[in-house]
Ligand binder design. Structure first.
Ligand code: ATP
Ligand code: MG
Length: 564
C-alpha cells in the first residue's frame, strides 16, 4: 500500500521543450520564488489580437500550466488616447476561445495608477526623478546616440521639494499636454539609450475607459510594466525580443522598490511573423479604418476573430503555436504551416458534404422523372463513429463545370462526351450530349446512368478513372460561397522597399460565388459550423447567414486541390 502511495505522489519529471522552460526548470532547481511559476499575458487594448498574440497566449498560459503555475491577464491600459473597452472585450473573448482561463486573475495597469503615482513620488523624494519642461525634440536631442553620451537636462538638478510641487501640479491638471514630463534620473551616459533618463509620466487630458477623469497624467509603459509584474508576483515575464534592451530599466525600477530577493525574471523570444501578412495592430487598424477589409473579423485578417470567422479552430491555432516553437531568432514563418494545422484538425473532425460551387446542370435522360433516391454517404472516412447520412439523388443534378470538357486533352479523365465516370456514392454515368446556347456556351449535359452500378461499382468489374461530386438540383440548398486568397501579393509586404504595403494588397483576395448548390444536410447548420466540401476544401458557415440566405467561407483548400 505504502509503495502505491509513494508512486502517486512522485512528481513527474518535466522535460523542457525550449529555452524558456529550461530557465524555469533551472529556477525551480535553485529554489527560486518558493517553487512558484506565475506568468502573465499583457495586451494593450488598442486593437484586436492577432495570431502573433495567440502564440504569446499559448506560450504564457501553456508554460505556466505545464509547471502547475498560474497566468494573469493584464491589460496594459496606460494610454487612454488609443484604448477602448471594445478591444478589452474582444481580447477576453479571444483568450477564452483559445481555451485558456485567467480565473479571478484579471488585472489592469490602471489598477496600479495610485501605487505607481506613490512610487513616483518616492523616487522624486530620493532625488531619482524630475519634472522636465523641455520640448520632446530637445529631450530627444540631448539623449545623444549609442556612441555619443547624452547631455543633462537643465531641469536634472531641480531639488526634490521643487519637483514634488511641480509633479503635484502636473497631476492636478495645472499644465497641458506636452508642457512637461516626469523623467527618471538614471544615467545620461549609459550605453543603453533606455537608461538615459527615460520618461515616466506624460500629460494626456483625455478620459480613460476605466479611471475616467481621475487622472490627466499617465505612466509610460516602460515605467508601469515591471512594477505591475512585481506587484502581481510574476516569476517569469515572457515578452518579445524588442524588449530585451528595456530589461535593465525594468530591473532598475524594481530595484528601487523591492524589499526582498524576489524580482520577476524577464525572458525574451522572437515574435511571430507570417508570410503574406502584416502583424502590427497599427497596420491592421489602418486596413480596417480605411476600408481595405470589412472589419477586424474579416476572414482575410490574421486576427484571432478573423481566423475564427474563417473557420479556424482553437485546436489548430494551439497546434500551430506548438509547431512554430520558441526561438530567439527573428524570421518569417510560412503561412502554409498555419494552413497545414487547420487541415490536419479538420480532416479528423469535419463533416463531409457535397457542394458544387460552379454548377453545370446534367440531366440523366434514362432516370425516371419524379423519382428521388436516398443514397448513403459517409460522414467522415477518418472517423467511422461519425456514421452515414442520406443524400438525395434525382434526374437533374449539378456537377462542377470544370469537371467536364468537350474536347479533353490526354490527361483529363473526368467527364467528356462518350466518357463514363462515377458520381460519388451513387452511379456510373456517361455523357451523351452537351447542350449549348446561341453563343456556343455549354449550358447543360445530357447523360445516361447505369442502374446496375448503384453504390458506385459495376458488377461486371469495369472501371472508371474519375469520381465526381454532385448535388441533386431540386433538393440542393442554394448558397453564397466566399473564396479567399492571401491578402497581400508580396510574401513580406512591410519589407518591400519600392512599394507601400497598401499597394501590395491582393486585388483578388476575395471572390464571391453566388450560384452554389450544397446538399440539403447543411440546412440545419449554425454559424461557424465547419464542413469539408468533398474535393473542394474546408468551409464554414459565415455569420452573415440568414434564414433564406446561407453564406459559406472557404477556410482552406484541400492539400492536393482537385483530384484529377
Ligand atoms: P503589435 O506590435 O502587433 O501592435 P504589440 O506588441 O504592441 O503588438 P501588445 O498588446 O503589447 O501588442 O502585446 C501583448 C503581448 O503579445 C506582448 O507580450 C507581446 O510581446 C506579444 N506579442 C505581440 N505581437 C507578437 C507576435 N507577433 N508574436 C509573438 N508575441 C507577440
Ligand atoms: Mg505593445
Amino acid at each position: 500500500m505504502a509503495e502505491i502511495d509513494n508512486k502517486t505522489v512522485e512528481q513527474e519529471e518535466i522535460i523542457p521543450k525550449n529555452f524558456i522552460q529550461q530557465q524555469i526548470v533551472d529556477d525551480l532547481a535553485e529554489g527560486k520564488n518558493g517553487g512558484r511559476v506565475h506568468t502573465r499575458f499583457p495586451p494593450e487594448p488598442n486593437g484586436y489580437l492577432h495570431i502573433g498574440h495567440a502564440k504569446s497566449i499559448c506560450l504564457n498560459f501553456g508554460t505556466a500550466k505545464k509547471f502547475g503555475g498560474l497566468t494573469n491577464l493584464r491589460f496594459d491600459d496606460t494610454n487612454p488616447a488609443k484604448e477602448d473597452t471594445e478591444y478589452v472585450d474582444s481580447i477576453m473573448e479571444d483568450v477564452q476561445w483559445l481555451g485558456f482561463d485567467w480565473d479571478d486573475r484579471l488585472y489592469y495597469a490602471s489598477d496600479y495608477f495610485d501605487k505607481l503615482y506613490d512610487f513616483a513620488v518616492s523616487l522624486i523624494k530620493k532625488g531619482k526623478a524630475y519634472v522636465d519642461f523641455q520640448s520632446p525634440e530637445l529631450i530627444s536631442e540631448q539623449k545623444g546616440t549609442p556612441t555619443r553620451p547624452g547631455s543633462d537636462s537643465p531641469y536634472r538638478n531641480t531639488t526634490p521639494e521643487e519637483n514634488l510641487e511641480l509633479f503635484t501640479k502636473m497631476k492636478d491638471g495645472f499644465y497641458n499636454d506636452g508642457d512637461c514630463v516626469l523623467r527618471a534620473k538614471v544615467d545620461m551616459s549609459s550605453p543603453n539609450m533606455h537608461m538615459r533618463d527615460p520618461l515616466m509620466y506624460r500629460i494626456i487630458k483625455q478620459p480613460h475607459h476605466r479611471t475616467e477623469d481621475k487622472w490627466c497624467i499617465y505612466p509610460m509603459y516602460d515605467y508601469a510594466h515591471g512594477q505591475c509584474d512585481y506587484w502581481e508576483g510574476i516569476t517569469h515575464s515572457i515578452c518579445t525580443l524588442e524588449f530585451e534592451v528595456h530589461r535593465p530599466l525594468y530591473d532598475w525600477f524594481v530595484d528601487q522598490l523591492k524589499d526582498s530577493d524576489y524580482r520577476p525574471r524577464q525572458i525574451e523570444f522572437s515574435r511571430l511573423n507570417l508570410s503574406y501578412t502584416v502583424m502590427s495592430k497599427r497596420k491592421l487598424l489602418q486596413l480596417v479604418k480605411e476600408g481595405f477589409v470589412k472589419g477586424w473579423d474579416d476572414p482575410r485578417m490574421p486576427t484571432i476573430c478573423g481566423l475564427r470567422r474563417r473557420g479556424y479552430t482553437p485546436e489548430s491555432m494551439r497546434a500551430f503555436s506548438d509547431m512554430v516553437g520558441i526561438t530567439k531568432v527573428d524570421g518569417v514563418t510560412d503561412v502554409a504551416k498555419l494552413e497545414f494545422c487547420i487541415r490536419e484538425d479538420l480532416n479528423k473532425r469535419a463533416q463531409r458534404v457535397m457542394g458544387v460551387i460552379d454548377p453545370l446542370k446534367i440531366v440523366i435522360t434514362n432516370y425516371p422523372e419524379g423519382l428521388v433516391e436516398e443514397i448513403d454517404a459517409v460522414n467522415n472516412p477518418e472517423d467511422e463513429s461519425m456514421g452515414k447520412r442520406k443524400v438525395p439523388f434525382s434526374r437533374e443534378l449539378y456537377i462542377e463545370r470544370e469537371d467536364f470538357m468537350e474536347n479533353p486533352p490526354n490527361k483529363f479523365y473526368r467527364l467528356s462526351p462518350g466518357r463514363e465516370v462515377r458520381l460519388r456514392y451513387s452511379y456510373f454515368i456517361k455523357c451523351t450530349e452537351a447542350i449549348k446556347n446561341e453563343a456556343g456556351e455549354i449550358v447543360e449535359l445530357h447523360c445516361t446512368y447505369d442502374p446496375e452500378t448503384k453504390g458506385g461499382n459495376a458488377p461486371d468489374g469495369r472501371k472508371v478513372k474519375a469520381t465526381l461530386h454532385w448535388v441533386a438540383a431540386a433538393q440542393a440548398v442554394k448558397a453564397e460561397v466566399r473564396l479567399y486568397d492571401r491578402l497581400f501579393t508580396d510574401a513580406d509586404p512591410l519589407g518591400n522597399k519600392e512599394k507601400d504595403f497598401l499597394e501590395l494588397l491582393n486585388p483578388d483576395s476575395l471572390k464571391v460565388l453566388t450560384q452554389c448548390y450544397i446538399e440539403p444536410f447543411v440546412k440545419t447548420a449554425k454559424p461557424l459550423d465547419g464542413f469539408q466540401f468533398e474535393r473542394l476544401g474546408y468551409f464554414n458557415i459565415d455569420p452573415d447567414t440568414t434564414t433564406d440566405h446561407i453564406v459559406f467561407n472557404r477556410t482552406v483548400s484541400l492539400k492536393d486541390g482537385f483530384k484529377k
